[in-house]
Design a protein around this ligand. Structure first.
Ligand code: FDP
Length: 328
């Protein structure tokens, strides 16, 4: 089985990029170890604090954030980092070539139930001669990403990674201590009969999403003429991983439950890296109205609607949005 570095070299990654990816993964291996120890590691449960998003921080969120932040900044390879758990960006080496934005622990409400969680990261180019303390250096569209990945902490610890040459899956070999290539090329089938969405929000969605899901739920007797199955892990990394492994679609659409917060997922460290991984695996990622990787970011913590996975289904959801918008 092949190790990570030779695969990255074959894909044209230079030594600094490989070194940065290995640094991120060193932090992830430590997170994986702590997660694996569960209650024995003393890091389950919540802190008394809220993060910038107003969400209660889990102890593991804080630990994962500190590990990633410290190790990435110590590498000297990055100009700045941006994290879900940090209000603003954190400056690094003014001469660093890269920026890294990450969600240290996605799906953290799953930590206390021994279920899937993961770390999502995105590597962007650092603009030349920029101020490392200026958060606007991160405001680049997803198309600018140099690499993106997630590490899934499940029964095995897995890495999905792209540098723009396809999406590859690696598995952490805990005896050797490194990630080994276990799937050379991920290909998401264009057609599916499986969807993942939080149905408890159904009544709050916009009309096109309501109409699309209503059609799926009618199954064989409805306009789609086949039965659909639903799966919901409630951690985006987990749901996306299933889609990379066996297809499907995932949506966290806009909902009107709280008009001040119509979208849930974060563009820079959730939707964009996952969108890059999904596109490189032959799928699509959209807001419903725009390709995710084309969205021009306005804020490092910006939220967006997310619809991703099987090409045909994402295209169909986009067409529901177009029809709806044309009639407005
Ligand atoms: P979490 O808040 O637990 O970190 O990142 C947001 C996320 O998880 C996604 O991973 C997941 O798909 C979604 O939120 C679940 O949120 P709801 O339970 O509010 O639907």
């Amino acid at each position: 089985m092949r190790r990570l570095a030779p695969v990255l070299r074959q894909d044209g990654a230079d030594a600094d990029l490989i070194s940065l990816i290995k640094t991120i993964l060193a932090a992830c291996k430590e997170i994986s170890f702590r997660v694996g120890q569960g209650a024995l590691s003393g890091v389950l449960g919540s802190t008394l604090d809220e993060n910038i998003q107003g969400e209660t921080q889990k102890k593991l969120d804080v630990l994962a954030n500190e590990l990633l932040k410290d190790m990435i900044l110590e590498s000297g390879l990055v100009m700045a980092i941006s994290s879900e758990e940090e209000e603003s960006t954190v400056a690094g080496n003014p001469n660093g070539q890269f920026l890294v934005t990450f969600d240290p622990l996605d799906g953290s409400s799953n930590t206390d139930i021994n279920s899937l969680i993961g770390t999502i990261f995105s590597i962007l180019p650092a603009p030349a001669k920029a101020d490392p303390a200026d958060p606007s250096i991160f405001l680049q569209p997803g198309t600018a990403q140099i690499a993106a990945g997630y590490v899934l902490y499940g029964p095995s610890t897995m890495l999905a990674l792209t540098t723009g040459k396809g999406t590859r899956l690696y598995t952490l070999d805990k005896t050797y201590g490194g990630f080994l290539l276990t799937q050379e090329e991920v290909a998401i089938p264009g057609v599916t009969a499986e969807f993942a969405v939080n149905m408890s929000n159904q009544r709050h969605w916009e009309a096109p999403m309501q109409a699309y899901i209503a059609d799926l739920l009618q199954g064989k007797e409805g306009p789609r003429g086949k039965n659909y199955n639903m799966r919901w892990i409630a951690a985006m990394v987990g749901d996306v991983h299933r889609i990379l492994c066996r297809g499907g679609i995932f949506a966290y659409p806009r909902d009107l439950k709280d008009p001040k917060k119509p979208d849930k997922l974060r563009l820079m460290y959730e939707a964009n890296p996952i969108g890059f991984i999904v596109e490189q695996a032959g799928g699509l990622c959209s807001t419903g109205r725009e390709r995710m990787l084309d969205v021009a970011p306005e804020d490092i913590h910006q939220r967006v609607p997310v619809i991703l996975g099987a090409k045909n289904e994402v295209n169909r959801i986009v067409s529901y949005h177009q029809e709806f918008d044309a009639c407005k």
